[in-house]
Design a binder for this molecule. Structure first.
Ligand code: SF4
Length: 447
């Protein structure tokens, strides 16, 4: 058993509340369970209790064994002096505050319904892709909808924190932060880190100074990427010109290229090769040095999509890589790639900007954009679909991605609305009873 199960039991009052007593026999009345604290410090704040006729207001701390208090070093942290009740599965050692007073202890062993323990056990020890596979279709649609919205908001809030730290590192320049996020998004799942490294090595203000010359933008980006082939091997006039421009600009701005080994070409479609993506990035900033401003001013999804519909310079129309000629095409950013930018760069940027400005309209724009875009296609979304939870929009596919990463993989089922709804449906009569060995392992008390 893990402590998060105790948090679930307390949060939702899912234990036998009759004749509650501390381990030394004092009656307890709980009239406020408190607010779950997911940060450092005791597990619940602002609980209200009556213990042996005396009213208490304060914090509640939970452990599997009361001796965990000492194992976790709480005796050395004055914050834990404010704990008014220690809730444990098993009381194996008295716990004292720094002033010597004993902290009242409530033992939950024997108060947890057997069916609930069984359902919890099976959730936690399930080898399926997600622990609740097979039970998802029984989750009520409103629970699903509200939970996915919440998970999506959590994902966007986390991305907003990252975006804001980029803004702070860029001297409060939102354009410069957006440039890095956009570059990362253009890199896709394989070259995201390399594209971000490239953007960090080449500040946006330098690109903006040269925005009127596509050749100079390409020289800067390809030169910094480390992908520009050695000058002495080059006969193609375009590549020779890139070299010449980069040599001058590198000295002028004291630039250090990133290593060419940062890039991956293997098992990629040529359209997604980093060389093509870098050429597209150059074209985007050739068209506008203020892409974030344009995105804020855009009046709809179509306008946003048009912003990214650029075609490449002549050389890149018949090359995917330096020196390798290919069938000619305009190598525009495809619809899928543009949607990926809207999902991974524009929507998080709107959300972050809305939080920064405390302007609800931008946050709503982010959510509306994600709701309007079709669901992404990837293996995670396909898995959810097979289990009966198809994504109906990019908002849902983003939420399902996050649900898997942030909840299912670390088995945070007791913090998940789906897990709680499964646990809440369980009662004594559901026949989910543990064997003696399972029971022993659940409590981990036999060793
Ligand atoms: S975290 Fe939620 S969705 Fe994921 S496996 Fe657990 S109960 Fe299912």
């Amino acid at each position: 058993m893990r402590e998060d199960f105790l948090h679930y039991l307390w949060r939702l009052a899912r234990f036998d509340l009759r004749d509650l007593r501390t381990t030394d026999g004092q009656p307890i009345i709980i009239y406020q369970f408190g607010v779950h604290n997911t940060h450092a410090g005791p597990d619940f704040d602002d609980a209200r209790l009556i213990i042996d006729g005396l009213r208490w207001a304060g914090r509640v701390e939970m452990h599997l064994k009361s001796s965990d208090w000492y194992d976790h070093g709480h005796q050395d942290d004055p914050v834990y002096d404010s704990v008014i009740l220690h809730v444990v599965l098993e009381d194996d050692r008295p716990v004292y505050r720094s002033d010597g007073s004993q902290i009242p202890c409530l033992e939950l062993r024997g108060r947890i319904p057997a069916g609930l323990r069984g359902t919890y056990w099976r959730l936690l020890h399930n080898e399926s892709w997600v622990a609740c596979a097979g039970q998802l279709t029984a989750v009520a649609p409103p629970v699903r909808a509200v939970w996915l919205q919440r998970v999506l908001a959590e994902r966007l809030s986390r991305k907003a924190v990252t975006f804001q730290s980029l803004v702070n590192r860029s001297d409060a320049d939102w354009e410069a932060a957006f440039y890095q996020v956009l570059a990362r998004s253009l890199g896709g799942s394989v070259n995201a880190d390399a594209m971000e490294m490239l953007a960090r090595s080449l500040p946006l203000r330098i690109l903006q100074k040269h925005k009127h010359s596509l050749l100079q933008l390409e020289a800067l980006l390809f030169g910094q990427s480390g992908l520009l082939p050695a000058a002495e091997q080059q006969v193609a006039p375009y590549v020779v010109r890139l070299h010449r421009e980069y040599a001058l600009l590198r000295v002028k701005y004291d630039l250090q290229p990133i290593p060419a080994t940062a890039w991956r070409f293997l098992r990629m479609r040529p359209n997604n090769f980093p060389t093509v993506r870098i050429a597209q990035l150059a074209c985007l900033y050739h068209r506008s040095g203020q892409l974030f401003g344009k995105a804020l001013a855009a009046t709809g999804q179509q306008e946003l999509q048009n912003m990214f519909a650029v075609s490449l310079s002549n050389y890149w129309k018949d090359h995917y890589r330096f020196g390798a000629e290919a069938k000619r095409s305009d190598r525009r950013l495809g619809e899928t790639a543009i949607r990926s930018i809207l999902v991974n760069a524009i929507a998080p940027a709107y959300f972050a900007y809305g939080l920064h400005r405390t302007d609800e309209r931008y946050r709503e724009r982010a959510l509306e954009l994600l709701e309007a875009l079709p669901a992404e296609r990837n293996s995670v979304v396909s898995h959810w679909k097979k289990l009966g939870w198809p994504a109906r929009s990019a908002g849902e596919s983003q939420a399902l991605l996050d649900l898997k990463q942030a909840y299912c993989t670390p088995t945070r089922c007791t913090s998940c609305a789906v897990g709680c709804s499964i646990l809440n449906r369980t009662d004594e009569a559901d026949g989910t009873v543990l064997s003696v060995n399972e029971e022993a392992r659940l409590y981990q008390l036999t060793g």
